[in-house]
Structures are given as structure tokens and as C-alpha cells.
Design a protein around this ligand. Structure first.
Ligand code: ADP
Length: 393
């Protein structure tokens, strides 16, 4: 049976292992430590550094495909592996557009995908010119390495923008800026594509962000007009083809109000791997994103992506400012008792404020109840108390 080498050791690799077990495949991990989330649950673990070509090469040895749970492996290493005949999926030519936000914006624009106005920022003059161009509605971004809102800034004044740009450029952070759009919501359109070019999209979901972090994903996106749903789905497929992505692609989308008052989509970001907004597929869809990623990178037939419930809500479990005294094991028991339908997924991670340590999926017929249940269960896992609005349960 196939061996897939995964460069990375986080929860995404951990959840790929669940799918690999069921498919009879085995994963080989390149992990930073044996305690890392995925390393805890895999038997074939190589400890090493993904920025070291020799380590990546060792992990890839004899694997049927090499894939990733993050996009930070240097592309020159991947080029070297490909030159040696190793099957790397997705390819570095596609990955670059998930690594560098400016390259991504330029490419999306050339493919005709809707994006907010943007500019490369190399100097204070660039920043001032862009401020004027978008009438002060500026979102400044680090081009590389941002996650969960780290690396995104919304300066209120020109002075604030200048100070930020000066500090960041001095610290060696390559920058871009884009228009701060008037958000009505955020969506995620996900698709899988095989090296042979077969694609299979999932229903579009709504993602709810709190403090720059995904808090909740609702599948399918409620109250989304059919035309926008179709547009989002088609966009994900055309981008997967246009960029030559293999494996899972997540297209994060802004839903905003256009000049004529109608709702419009524009692309925020691309991720070429399973994504937080696709976790609902584990319990609410025929084929989970983790299984589909493995099928896709191995060029196997893709699985069906119909939903198995009216609604599935995923709520993230993010470490509280202070970890409650009640042990996590006890919190899990309380949630199991109150919500027997809740599917709890924990990543084996130690508590840290704001850290993603797990998620809850809840499937149901009634949207309001499903959302309330998913959020209450996640809230209890975080705080060891029930939120007020669900005290009637
Ligand atoms: P990260 O790579 O850290 O996830 P994103 O670029 O996705 O960063 O931005 C994080 C969040 O910031 C987004 O989910 C959105 O809520 C907000 N945001 C990002 N870009 C813009 C923008 N141009 N206009 C308005 N809000 C934005």
C-alpha cells in the first residue's frame, strides 16, 4: 500500500493519519519533535528540520508522494527533490502562490479572479501613494509567514501606517498593502485536484472570524445567494486548474458590498493543503478533506463530496487566556454527556492562550440549534463553563 511522506507535524498531518489508517496507507512524517501533534499518532516519524534539504530528502525516500501540512518548505528544496524523480504534490510552481501574498495577488489578477486593489510596499513613499489611492482604507500585510491574523494590520491614520511600514521594513519584513474591504462575511471554497487534472469541489462554507482567527465554519454557507455559491465553487475549480494545484486547495473569500450595492466576492487567500474551514467534512460529508487530500496527491479517484447532514457547524477550541482548573478529560466528559451528537476532535496539544487545540463538529437539521450546540460544546472545552445563552439546554 502507498506511503505518503508529510512534511509537517501539526494537527493537519495528525488528521491525515486518521484517513491514512482507514485507507490502509501509511504516512511518514518529517516532524520537529516526537511530542508534536502528528508525531504522537504516527509510527514512521523522522525527526528533522524542513528547511534542511537532507532531512526532507530522507523523509521522501521511497515514498509514493510527498506532501505538506504547511507551506514553508523552501521551494529550492522541492525543485531538487523533483529533479531526483521524487513525486512532490503540490508542486513548487503552484505553492509559491500560497507562500507569498503579493505573488498570489498578481497571479490571481492575471487569471481574472476578483481581488481588492493592491500594491507592493517597499518604501514610505509606496505606502503614502497607496493610502491616497484607496482613500485611507488600507490593510497592510506581511507577504510571507502570516497566520491567524499575525502579519495583518489596519492602520487608522497615515502616521500609523508610516510608523508600521518603517518598523517592518527595517526588520526585513517584505510588505504589500491592499484595500480594506467592507466585509459582509467570509467564505471558503474548497476543492481537490489530482495530478491528472480531475477536480471535485465541496459546498462553499461561511467562516466566522474572531480577532483574525477562524472561530466557526458553517456548511453549507447559510443564506448565500445561489449565483454567488456557484461563482465561488467555479472560482475554486478554475483556480485549482489555473494554478496547477494538486491535493486540497482552500480559497478564502471576502463577501463584500460592491459599488452598486450588490454582494460581490473577492479572493483573500489560498491554502494548498487541508484547511481549518474544511474540518466539517470529517463528520458532515461523504469524503473528508484529509482523505481527499491523500487520494488526490496519489492520483487516485476522488471521493464524493455531498453533505450527509442539512448543516454541519465546526467550532474551534482555542486556548483560554488561562487554562481552567478542570482537566480537559473532565471537560470532554461533560460535553459528551450534554451533547451526545457532538464530535470532539482534539489535537494532543498543550494549552497556550489562543492556540488551536481542537474543534467540535455538530451536524443537524436546524441551523440555529446546530450552531448553538457546536459553539457551546467548544466553549465548554475552552472555559469549563457553559455560555449563558445555552443555559436552557
Ligand atoms: P492570515 O494569513 O493571517 O490568515 P488574512 O490575510 O487571511 O491573514 O487576514 C486575516 C483576517 O483579516 C481575514 O480573515 C479578514 O477578517 C481580515 N482581512 C484581511 N484582509 C482584509 C482586507 N483587505 N479587508 C478587510 N479585512 C481583511
Amino acid at each position: 500500500m502507498p506511503i505518503v511522506a508529510v512534511i509537517g507535524d501539526g494537527q493537519l498531518a495528525r488528521m491525515m493519519q486518521t484517513a491514512a489508517i482507514e485507507l490502509g496507507q501509511s504516512l511518514r512524517l518529517l516532524a520537529s519533535s516526537k511530542d508534536a501533534s502528528a508525531a504522537q499518532v504516527c509510527s514512521d516519524v523522522l525527526l528533522g528540520d524542513y528547511t534542511n534539504l537532507e532531512h526532507v530528502r530522507l523523509a521522501a525516500l521511497g515514498a509514493d508522494a510527498v506532501t505538506f501540512d504547511h507551506e514553508h518548505v523552501p521551494n529550492e528544496h522541492l525543485d531538487a527533490l523533483i529533479a531526483e524523480g521524487i513525486n512532490v504534490q503540490p508542486r513548487p510552481e503552484a505553492l509559491i502562490f500560497a507562500q507569498d501574498k503579493l505573488e498570489m495577488r498578481k497571479k490571481l489578477q492575471s487569471l481574472g479572479a476578483p481581488v481588492p486593489p493592491f500594491a507592493r510596499i517597499d518604501s514610505l513613499e509606496d505606502a503614502q501613494a497607496f493610502w491616497d489611492q484607496v482613500h485611507g482604507e488600507v490593510c497592510l500585510k506581511a507577504r510571507r509567514g502570516g497566520y491567524d491574523g499575525h502579519g495583518v494590520w489596519f492602520p487608522d491614520t497615515q502616521e500609523e501606517l508610516s510608523t508600521l511600514v518603517q518598523e517592518l521594513l527595517e526588520a526585513g519584513t517584505p510588505l504589500m498593502a491592499e484595500e480594506k474591504v467592507a466585509l459582509r462575511g467570509e467564505l471558503s471554497a474548497m476543492v481537490a485536484r489530482t495530478p491528472s487534472g480531475v477536480t471535485q469541489a465541496w459546498p462553499v462554507v461561511e467562516s466566522v472570524q474572531r480577532d483574525g482567527v477562524c472561530a466557526e465554519a458553517v456548511a453549507p454557507a447559510p443564506a448565500l445567494p445561489v449565483a454567488l455559491r456557484q461563482q465561488a465553487e467555479e472560482l475554486s475549480v478554475s483556480l485549482a486548474n489555473g494554478l496547477g494545484v494538486t491535493g486540497v486547495l482552500a480559497v478564502e473569500l471576502f463577501l463584500c458590498q460592491g459599488a452598486q450595492g450588490a454582494l460581490e466576492l473577492s479572493v483573500n487567500e489560498l491554502a494548498m493543503r487541508p484547511h481549518n474551514t474544511g474540518h466539517w467534512t470529517q463528520d458532515g460529508c461523504c469524503t473528508s478533506q484529509f482523505e481527499q487530500h491523500l487520494r488526490a496527491v496519489l492520483d487516485l479517484p476522488l471521493g464524493d463530496t455531498h453533505t450527509t447532514a442539512e448543516y454541519t457547524v465546526m467550532a474551534n477550541v482555542l486556548g483560554a487566556p488561562e487554562d481552567p482548573v478542570m482537566p480537559m478529560q473532565q471537560r470532554v466528559i461533560e460535553v459528551m454527556r450534554r451533547y451526545p451528537k457532538a464530535k470532539i476532535h482534539l489535537y494532543g496539544k498543550e494549552h497556550r492562550p489562543g492556540r488551536k487545540i481542537g474543534h467540535v463538529n455538530y451536524c443537524g437539521e436546524d441551523l440555529a440549534h446546530t450552531r448553538a450546540a457546536a459553539n457551546a460544546a467548544a466553549y465548554f472545552l475552552v472555559h469549563a463553563t457553559w455560555p449563558d445563552h445555552t443555559s436552557e439546554h
